[in-house]
Design a protein around this ligand. Structure first.
Ligand code: ATP
Ligand code: MG
Ligand code: MG
Ligand code: MG
Length: 473
């Protein structure tokens, strides 16, 4: 099954189980407190907080997501800034039993994954906060595995570090971890759960690519390790508590499910290859980069992944109306594009190449996302303009950077590279490190001061009282 098949099969499977397909949100959310839609849940939060949903209590969609926070992980074999998330929600309609069976059946019966390659994690509870271990989820998982003829012993792991030391023992399949791994709240941690909010344990599902993929960097292999053997493919949140003003957690009357799974990662599991860039929607982009750079993927997979990911992300941002700029979403888009150009330069690509990749992205996704094809010209034009603008100053910027080789780059230098040559900060930092320059420890505050000084100056000189300033978030 390829990406299109999996996407279609998932929606069909959910519709057959009484879910209503809702329209995914734009990558730029209505809610201005966050820059991007980074999960399916994000646009549904108010409904999970109690507002009735016009389409009922069982919902499903495939949500394009952008996680700028994952940008530093891009280059590995599993994280991309843009990805598609399969999602389903129960607003009080069903809870752990149905959700766990549903996802298990989807993965094993519909997608055809071997149940013996699946591993799951549950919440171990927190005595201090008075929250019980999620034995309910663990025993449902155990039952489901045993019905499929797969041994499923339960192990208590605790923290990720404990897991790195302990590893897994034969027959173990269900693992209890602490709140860092298996608790969901808006606050991002168990003690940080905002009062009045729903929250609860989650249960993550991992695919096992086999011990030969464990790289041992962090110790022994276990589902939540970063060692490369296990890949998180799905995450189910069981909202069953509300935090009270006094800090305690009380059981909710209406219990909700939020489920999200990485489409690209499931496609990688289907291929039994942990490199998501080899799946059918990404492999042609890698081949295009190979052709542009006249070199093979194997010679520098990290750099090629960055180029492919960043251009794909920027194309989807453009389709949702984002324009490269010095602020907010536009700045992230600019960072993606300029970082892609800097990466391509490391492969000795100095010609324009965005349009070739843009064409390929649009070709791959046009059936599912017709807005890409509909806006082909404007997307291509936008990326082209950005490429021209940066290429114009790229070589002189690099010469400037090279001047600092072996010295320490200050915040003022980094500001100058941004202001004069259009180098986003992270591109400057990365390239400077590559050239063997040190970065001043105070660069961040010096950069902010330089920016503020320039703003003051431009306010003085501008009749409107506001100038355009570089490199702000
Ligand atoms: P990870 O631990 O691998 O970073 P996560 O726990 O941050 O993933 P969730 O917030 O649980 O991810 O998102 C739900 C699902 O979306 C994950 O189980 C995973 O399959 C997928 N996913 C998350 N981040 C990415 C990413 N950067 N690229 C591709 N897929 C992702
Ligand atoms: Mg993550
Ligand atoms: Mg995770
Ligand atoms: Mg997760």
């Amino acid at each position: 099954m390829n990406v299109d098949d999996i996407r279609r099969a998932y929606l069909q499977f959910m519709l057959e189980r009484g879910h209503v397909r809702i329209r995914p949100a734009s990558l730029v959310p209505d809610d201005t407190t966050t820059l991007f839609t980074s999960s399916g849940m994000q646009s549904l939060l108010s409904f999970l907080l109690g507002r009735p949903h016009p389409d009922g209590t069982r919902l499903t969609d495939v949500q394009p997501c952008l996680r700028a926070q994952d940008i530093d992980d891009v280059g590995d074999n599993r994280h991309t800034t843009f990805f598609e998330m399969l999602g389903n929600w129960s607003l009080g309609a069903y809870f752990k039993e149905q959700q766990i069976r549903q996802f298990f059946n989807f993965l094993t019966d519909i997608i055809g994954l071997d149940p013996a390659r699946l591993y799951v994690t549950c919440f171990q509870g927190d005595k201090e906060q008075g929250i019980a271990r999620d034995d309910e989820a663990a025993s449902i998982w155990q039952k489901v595995f045993e019905e499929a003829g797969v041994e499923a012993r339960i192990a208590v792991i605790g923290s990720q570090q404990d897991g790195d030391r302990r590893g897994i023992l034969p027959g173990e399949r269900i693992f209890f971890y602490d709140a860092d791994q298996n608790w969901w709240s808006r606050g991002g941690s168990l003690p940080g759960t905002p009062s009045g909010d729903p929250c609860g344990p989650d249960s993550e599902v991992f695919f096992d690519f086999g011990p030969q993929h464990h790289d041992g960097r962090f110790g022994l292999a276990h589902p939540a390790s970063d060692g490369g053997r296990f890949l998180e493919i799905g995450n189910q949140v069981f909202m069953q508590y509300r935090r009270e003003a006094d800090g305690s957690f009380v059981p909710l009357e209406r219990r909700d499910v939020d489920f999200g799974a990485g489409l690209e990662r499931i496609a990688a599991a289907v291929r039994d290859d942990p490199d998501i860039y080899r799946i059918d929607v990404l492999a042609p982009l890698i081949r295009t980069v190979e052709a542009i750079a006249s070199t093979s993927y194997d010679s520098d997979p990290t750099t090629m992944r960055i180029i492919v990911d960043h251009v794909r992300g920027a194309v989807f941002l453009a389709a949702d109306g984002v324009v490269p700029s010095n602020k907010q979403q536009g700045y992230v888009m600019r960072r993606l594009l300029r970082r892609a150009i800097a990466a391509a330069r490391r492969l000795d690509v100095t010609d324009h190449f965005f349009s070739r990749l843009t064409d390929e992205v649009i070709r791959n996704y046009a059936d599912t996302y017709p807005q890409l094809a509909a806006r082909r010209e404007s997307i291509t034009h936008l990326l082209d303009m950005e490429e021209k603008a940066f290429r114009h100053t790229l070589d002189s910027g690099y010469r400037e950077l090279q001047r600092h080789t072996g010295t320490t780059l200050s915040g003022q230098d980094i500001f100058h590279l941004s202001d004069t040559f259009g180098f986003p900060r992270d591109v400057t930092l990365e390239e400077a490190r590559r050239l063997g320059s040190a970065i001043d420890a105070e660069w961040d505050s010096d950069f902010a001061n330089a920016l503020e000084a320039q703003r003051r100056q431009s306010r003085q000189h501008s009749p409107l009282g506001a100038g355009s300033t570089p490199d702000t978030k």
